[in-house]
Design a protein around this ligand. Structure first.
Ligand code: IPE
Ligand code: IPE
Ligand code: MG
Length: 230
């Protein structure tokens, strides 16, 4: 089978948006400003993903481990999320973006949960790019929750767990990008990454542009995916 002759573009890209703190530190600015610039990068990349025709973009915004950060930083991040939804939802909704949350976001403040639920409901019927935002997300937690549900329905198999993951209604993960030079998954999409292509860049998240995303997608097209076959 000449599968490798068929050049297929990525349908689903996920990004570990890392390096906001170091971006700020390099400039002797408060971390909060790094996160603020990180939100601007999110805005650009969501627009870019739409323009580049991605079916799905998953962004790691807050991990189950990020609660370990100082209270004021956690609170800054929550405030930024709230402001981002309030300022950008209309644009994304009008552009056909479907917002989805992965992770146990109901652990967040009630006002934020309410805002998120409203935003998800507002875009639920959209058929353009799916934007999955990972909030209070940890892959180990996701897999444990999925396995619990799968066990209640019948035998546990790879398929039955996959069907209960937070990403169950999304295309398979093609490409996982991490910014900031760290080469680890930090509990992100461990199951979905089984055969995803990986890309690690030194670029700090606030500096990440649509051009970087385009380059990553070009690089992806040149990779030969084998899935264990030959
Ligand atoms: C990523 O930037 C944003 C979140 C984890 C929410 P960091 O805050 O982790 O930035 P660094 O890694 O300290 O530079
Ligand atoms: C991963 O980044 C989480 C997000 C980008 C939301 P971290 O900065 O939290 O990861 P570690 O601690 O360096 O592994
Ligand atoms: Mg980090």
């Amino acid at each position: 089978m000449a599968k490798k002759d068929v050049v297929v573009g990525a349908r689903h890209v996920a990004i570990i948006m890392d390096g906001n703190g170091r971006w700020a530190k390099k400039r002797h600015l408060p971390r909060a400003l790094g996160h603020q610039r990180g939100v601007e990068a999110v805005r650009r990349i969501v627009r870019g993903a739409r323009e580049l025709g991605l079916e799905a973009l998953t962004l790691y915004a807050f991990s189950t481990e990020n609660w370990r950060r100082p209270e004021d930083e956690v609170s800054d991040l929550m405030g930024l999320m709230k402001r981002f939804i309030m300022s950008d939802l209309d644009e994304f909704a009008a552009a056909g973006v479907r917002l989805k949350i992965i992770g146990d976001y109901r652990a967040f403040r009630p006002d934020l949960v309410e805002l998120i639920d409203g935003a998800v409901a507002k875009t639920a019927a959209n058929t353009g790019t799916t934007l999955a935002v990972a909030l209070n997300y940890g892959a180990q937690d996701e897999i444990a929750r999925a396995a619990t549900k799968a066990a209640a329905l019948g035998p546990i198999t790879a398929e039955s767990i996959s069907a209960q993951l937070d990403t169950a209604d999304m295309p398979p993960l093609d490409l996982l990008i991490r910014t900031s030079g760290e080469v680890r998954l930090s509990n992100f999409l461990l199951w979905q990454a089984a055969y995803a292509e990986m890309m690690f860049t030194e670029v700090l998240w606030p500096d990440f542009t649509v051009e970087h995303l385009r380059e990553a997608l070009d690089d992806f097209r040149n990779r030969e995916r084998r899935y264990g076959g030959r």
